[in-house]
Each structure stands twice: as C-alpha cells, then as structure tokens.
Design a protein around this ligand. Structure first.
Ligand code: GLU
Length: 302
C-alpha cells in the first residue's frame, strides 16, 4: 500500500476525481481511469469526486451522463459529494477569462483551422498583437508575455516526462469561436474549484497536461500532482473509443470486467480473495493498491 506509515489525519486532504465526457457509454478504457483514480483516492483515505465534462453539446450523446453514473454505481465506484456538471459552470469560466483578460494574458484570434493547417498545424501567434475583439473570435492564452510554456513535468507513475516543445509553446485556445469553453480552461478552473490535489487519468491526455500546468502558472496557483495511467488500445495508437458501442461495459455482470480492469492496472486478484461482490473486490484493491505495481506505459494492448 502507498505510504503505509502516514497517519490517517495527514491523508485526509487528498482529493481526486474522475471526469468523463458524456460522448457515449463507459467502456473498458474509461473504467480503468475511473478505477485507478478511485483506488488512488481511497488508498489515501481521500475523497473521490465525479464531474461530467459536458462542455461540448455537439459531441454529447443523449442519456450518456446518466448511464455513466449508473455504470459507476453498478461497479461499486461510489463518489463523494454532488456530481458536478461543466455545463453549469459558465460563470466560473467567465470569471477566470475576465481575470486573464484584465492581465492581458489572453487575446482574440481570427485564424481559421484551415489557415493553421496550411502553416504546418501549429498556431504561430499571428493574432497576438492585433488587439482583435473577443466577441466573434476564439480566445487564446498568451504564453509569450508572463507565460511560461511547460516543456516537462513530473508524473507520479511515469516519472519525468518531456513534451513536444513547439506544442508546449503554442498559445492554445481557451474559448472557442462558437462560444464554447475549451477543455483546457474548464478542466483547470474546475480542478481548482473542486480542490483536486492529484489528477489521475489516461495517458492519452498527456499532451494536454503541459498546457494545463502553464495555465495554473498564469493563474498563480500550484498545479495538482499527476498520474497518467496506461491506456487500453486494440493496436498501437488505437485507443478504445466511446463511439464504438460494442465496447460499452456490462452493468448487469460487472465482476469479471472489474477483475479484468484490476489486472490491467497490475493488481491481479488472487484466489484467496472474496470476489462475490464489487465492494468486496474494491475493499481488497484499496488495501493492496500500490503505484509501483501499475505498468508505467502509455498504452497496453488488450
Ligand atoms: N473529460 C475528459 C475525457 O473524458 C477527461 C478529463 C480529464 O481527466 O482531465 O477525456
């Protein structure tokens, strides 16, 4: 077990979360992220929050959010407190946008996706000094003034990770031209407001972490710790997709899939363990949870 000798009182400040997007039902890959973040939080006697990342209505599937919550419950993954919905958090995002604007840490950008693609795919900062209006344009963070691009960070599982430096230097979008808040803005604002101390999620999100840490720095708030779990793939680079309905996990017979997810995370349940209910399995898993047992890989083929 992680930090076995730490007194309980010192562990209580841990706050973790699982933040699925309701773009489909929970699949094996998202169960792994849910389970890993749950076990890490519970092994630290911390709280585990669930947040529905429903920022992008066009990508949302009707009923998916409720189905994800029912699936978590069927697997015994009971969250603490109220579920938070990003769609109800516009005020919080606007407040941070206003703060960034007042400090000239963001700017309006009129570049189309097509133009950026023609320039090689990375935004080169051509609107940075144009003082374009915010209305009707995308908003980009200004990493060139006081901003510090994050080119590497320490991951509690993967170790020191180095990011593509051109990507890390890109002034990324925080509000889209269509008015939708960008994932990198919302995730940082929410994790701050929820008091998240450690983010445990799939390694498919590694590339966003540098941008998020850069945003924490601009807001003058220390970032959480990070653990990026291996992602389940069907072949190299081919992660399981929510859009593939065949991969939705079974709510009626959760035990075999729960055992498979634990096995994926390097915690194979031994024969002497009572596996008659999810809660008994999770009890064992919390007791036996150890970061060093998790494969420190970005992907694992299943
Ligand atoms: N909502 C994101 C997703 O489902 C994950 C957000 C996060 O864990 O930071 O891919």
């Amino acid at each position: 077990m992680l930090l076995p000798n730490l007194p309980a009182a010192l562990k209580t400040a841990y706050r973790g979360r699982f933040a699925p997007s309701p773009s489909g039902q929970l699949h094996f890959g998202s169960l792994v992220a849910a389970l890993g973040s749950y076990l890490q939080a519970k092994s630290m006697q911390g709280s585990w929050q669930v947040r529905i990342d429903d920022l992008d209505p066009p990508r949302e599937v009707a009923g998916a959010a409720a189905d994800i919550l029912q699936t978590l419950m069927a697997y015994g993954l009971n969250w603490d407190g109220e579920v938070i919905y990003q769609s109800k958090r516009s005020q919080a995002y606007e407040k941070v946008l206003a703060q960034l604007a007042a400090q000239k840490l963001c700017y309006g950008c009129a570049c189309t996706r097509k133009k950026i693609k023609l320039q090689g795919g990375l935004y080169l900062g051509c609107c940075r000094d144009k003082q374009l209006p915010f209305n009707g344009n995308a908003l980009r963070i200004n990493l060139q003034n006081q901003g510090k691009p994050t080119c590497h960070f320490y991951d509690q599982l993967q170790g020191e990770l180095y990011l593509n430096s051109s990507e890390a230097r890109e002034d990324f979008i925080i509000k889209r031209k269509d008015g939708l808040y960008a994932y990198n803005l919302a995730v940082v604002v929410d994790d701050i407001d929820q008091g998240i101390t450690e983010v445990v999620r799939g390694a498919d999100l590694l590339n966003t972490t540098g941008k998020q840490i850069a945003l924490y720095q601009l807001l003058n708030i220390p970032p959480p710790k990070y653990i990026h779990l291996p992602v389940a793939v069907t072949s190299p680079g081919q992660k399981l997709s929510k859009q593939n309905h065949a991969l939705a996990i079974n709510k009626d017979n959760p035990i075999p899939t729960l055992l498979r997810a634990l096995d994926f995370l390097g915690h194979t349940v031994t024969n002497n363990v009572d596996t008659t209910t999810c809660s008994k399995i999770l009890e064992w898993a919390i007791e036996n949870w150890c970061l060093h047992k998790i494969p420190a890989q970005h992907e694992i083929q299943i």
